[in-house]
Design a protein around this ligand. Structure first.
Ligand SMILES: Nc1ncnc2c1ncn2[C@@H]1O[C@H](COP(=O)(O)OP(=O)(O)OP(=O)(O)O)[C@@H](O)[C@H]1O
Ligand SMILES: [Mg+2]
Length: 250
């Protein structure tokens, strides 16, 4: 069956997003359980609303203290990159990243992200043909954020909403080229004008830049803007290199 993905509407209104984010910041964190397969310490948690406006909700808590050191990213910055990536997706209006906040938790500061139950019957390589419009946006997002880890398993369909969701954006915004991705189907394709317009807007969005400033190095913000500008100039999805641009483990 084919889906008209160009019609995929936003998962929340801006007001809903704000009130969910506020809930995620104020919630008490209960029942923290380690997700055993992440390379960093990742916890599945239950958020309990002290104001009792929201029902108990599952979320993913990735504390800064649980980040494994990497040679090519400054220590203790992955949670900031994760949140910066979320802010970029919001600024683009391409809302494929679950609502994310930075807050304190049982293991200190980190990100808390809404949990999305994946449709386990589906797999990126199976559903991608039906969601090309959404995946073009994810591919462009990865190009401008320089995402070093777009794995198939982290690009999935929600079990309830059958939307495309993307998670795990800690390895982003490096100034060195690091794109690693499983999304190869658009190489050489012309980028649609409406998408180019979004890239142009985001490359000179002063409000976004101000929100990224506490999270990233100034050079990383400039490099992010420059990657978006460059894509607007060339107007096509760039060719990728089969040795450099594939993730470790899919
Ligand atoms: N928002 C989310 N919704 C549903 N599941 C999630 C979410 N975020 C993370 N997970 C689950 O937690 C696991 C680990 O999270 P994540 O991939 O972000 O951390 P990581 O340390 O970078 O792991 P990896 O080594 O797999 O890259 C994911 O493979 C996924 O199963
Ligand atoms: Mg990861």
């Amino acid at each position: 069956m084919s889906h008209d993905t160009s019609q995929q509407s936003a998962p929340w209104t801006p007001e809903e997003r704000e009130s969910i984010s506020a809930f995620m910041r104020r919630a008490r964190i209960h029942e923290s359980k380690l997700v055993p397969w992440g390379s960093n310490y990742t916890f599945a948690v239950v958020l309990v609303d002290p104001l009792e406006q929201f029902e108990n909700t599952l979320a993913i808590y990735k504390p800064r203290a649980g980040e494994a050191p990497l040679w090519d990213f400054p220590d203790g910055t992955l949670y900031q990159r994760e949140y910066a990536a979320y802010l970029v997706s919001q600024a683009l209006g391409w809302e494929f990243i679950p609502i994310t906040v930075i807050r304190d938790g049982p293991h200190g500061i980190g990100t808390v992200q809404a949990y999305i139950e994946p449709d386990h019957e589906e797999h990126y390589f199976k559903f991608r043909g039906d969601y090309l419009d959404e995946l073009r946006k994810v591919a462009l997002f990865d190009l401008i954020t320089n995402n070093a880890d777009r794995k198939a398993g982290h690009t999935f369909l929600g079990a309830d909403d059958r939307r495309v969701w993307g998670i795990d954006h800690g390895l982003t915004f490096n100034v060195q080229p690091k794109l690693r991705t499983v999304i190869w189907e658009f190489c050489g394709e012309r980028i649609d004008d409406a998408l180019l317009m979004k890239l142009l807007e985001v490359s000179c969005d002063a409000e976004l830049a101000a929100r990224l400033r506490p999270l990233l190095d100034p050079l990383e913000i400039r490099a992010f803007q420059a990657r978006a500008e460059r894509l607007v100039e060339i107007g096509v999805f760039p060719e990728l290199n089969p040795r450099r641009n594939v993730p470790y483990g899919w």
